[in-house]
Design a protein around this ligand. Sequence first.
Ligand code: SAM
Length: 217
Amino acid sequence: MQTKHELIPEPIGLDVDTLPRPLNFSELYGNANPVELEIGMGKGTFLTEQAKCRPQVNFFGIEWQRWYWRYASDRLRRNGCTNARTVRAEASFVLQEFVPADSIAVLHIYFPDPWPKARHHKRRLIQEKFMPVVHRVLAPGGRLQVVTDHKGYWEENIGPAVRAAGGFQVVDYNRPGSAGEGEFVGTNFERKYAREGRPFYAIAAVKRTNPGQSICW
Ligand SMILES: C[S@@+](CC[C@H](N)C(=O)[O-])C[C@H]1O[C@@H](n2cnc3c(N)ncnc32)[C@H](O)[C@@H]1O
């Protein structure tokens, strides 16, 4: 893909091969602010808006496609988002190998790839086996937020996996402040699909602080 300017991912974009395992977020950002993580940030619209308007929060983006990772990292750099870091890698791998337990305040997944062909459904990120991975990295009381346009993915995987996951309580979906009027989150894919008139499906769940405990918001 082409851009009018050169894409410079550094210093926002990190090289996964040189990262410590586990990551030390306080050292990485130079502060102990809460960390929010987005999987599959694409062009980085959500991450950039959030990092700009919430400097007291650290943002970490994971994107496995090289061009999108470079584009989003360069965009964050040009916007002066010193509270953001990104890595080009597969998200489950990063969560399991690099992200410390109980370290993430909010995990955002917006318009995850639906892998529509039946023989590819096993590649879908959000399914039963993914939820313990999410549970491990979320801080107690931390939140998972998911939005999709894909009815099949929603009905077959996302809804059932999130509702059935142990150690979570399903709560109201929180519309980020950076979302435009009528938007769920305000990403490129949401805007494209909204123009096509597609319906959207959203869910949020919070990691219980103690087994069996209810969370009041
Ligand atoms: C449909 S796009 C949505 C992009 C953005 N969230 C938006 O709403 O505009 C999904 C993005 O997630 C990335 N992605 C999908 N699965 C991934 C995985 N397992 N690890 C890292 N990135 C992934 C894709 O490369 C793609 O950029």
